[in-house]
Design a protein around this ligand. Structure first.
Ligand code: FER
Length: 276
């Protein structure tokens, strides 16, 4: 009898693990394929009234981008040690997304990779934890809403409404995405926090009106590696959302640390859900 239970348990485990496996990223998802169409990464400069300076942003346009079509936009934010090039240098978003387009798995979208440290010297140098630098991640809210989004929307062929705007980020950028996205549901309908940092507002401040959030959100994605020392910030948000009946995806990545393995996996999965 014991043996029967053991065998049944083993079969059950295999099925559960197989499902987990198929959910995660397939081999080669982040390896550049030469024989498929490629999108384009450009560095642009916009004037920020908020900061009082010209600021850089990277922008990825999808393969076959044309001014004759209007595109939705994902704003994708970096972490405390990064800048507008962090995703590009370490996360290969252009490779991951090119590959997804080649497989027909992605709605065509523009991806904006801003510098989320809204201050005159926005480089990730010196003490990246210095209070003025941490404060600059919070100040980015106004830069994003009043300077960057209007710039993107006059420069590119963009669907300029909440249903076609997504905001996501990693760590400090995850906190920003949850704070600004959930704080401005009239601007963003798609929100994702990857391994969100301690800058994430308390859940009851993030979502003071669960009914409104339920009505307005198209997607709320929260994820974190189970080995990440910051997981409690994702967990407490998830618990509150569950208690208040706000639909969301909560993904805990087994064996996941605070690194780009997790964030690339997140981008791969999150991007496929957008604008559908
Ligand atoms: C902190 C720990 C981590 C913190 C920020 C972080 C502002 C951010 C980490 C990252 O962006 O990777 O105490 O305080």
């Amino acid at each position: 009898m014991k043996q029967t239970f053991f065998v049944a348990f083993m079969i059950f485990s295999l099925i559960v693990n197989a499902q987990k496996y198929t959910e995660s990223t397939p081999f080669g998802f982040d390896v550049s394929r030469p024989n498929i169409p490629h999108g384009k990464i450009d560095t642009l400069v916009y004037h920020s009234e908020t900061v009082g300076a010209d600021r850089k942003t990277l922008i990825y346009t999808p393969p076959g981008y044309s001014d004759d079509t209007k595109y939705p936009v994902l704003y994708l934010l970096h972490g405390i040690g990064g800048d507008e090039k962090e995703w590009y240098n370490q996360g290969a978003p252009q490779v991951i997304l090119d590959n997804l387009y080649a497989e027909g798995k992605l709605k065509p979208m523009i991806v904006v990779l801003p510098n989320g440290r809204a201050m005159v010297d926005d480089r990730a140098v010196g003490n990246i934890m210095a209070p003025d630098k941490v404060q600059a991640f919070s100040n980015f809210e106004l830069d994003l809403l009043h300077d960057l989004i209007p710039f993107v929307e006059q420069k590119y062929a963009v669907l300029a409404d909440r249903d076609h705007r997504a905001l996501a980020g990693l760590s400090m950028g995850g906190g920003q995405a949850l704070n600004f996205g959930l704080g401005h549901l009239d601007t963003f309908a798609w929100v994702g926090g990857f391994s969100s940092a301690p800058n994430t507002k308390l859940p009851e401040e993030l979502v003071p009106d669960p009914e409104k959030a339920k009505e307005q959100l198209k997607l709320l994605w929260i994820s974190c590696g189970d080995q990440d020392g910051l997981i409690r910030f994702s967990e407490r948000t998830h618990t509150y959302l569950t208690e208040n009946g706000v639909p969301h995806i909560y993904q805990v990545i087994p064996g996941g640390y605070h690194d780009f393995k997790v964030w690339k996996d997140n981008l791969y999965q999150f991007s496929q859900l957008l604008f559908k």
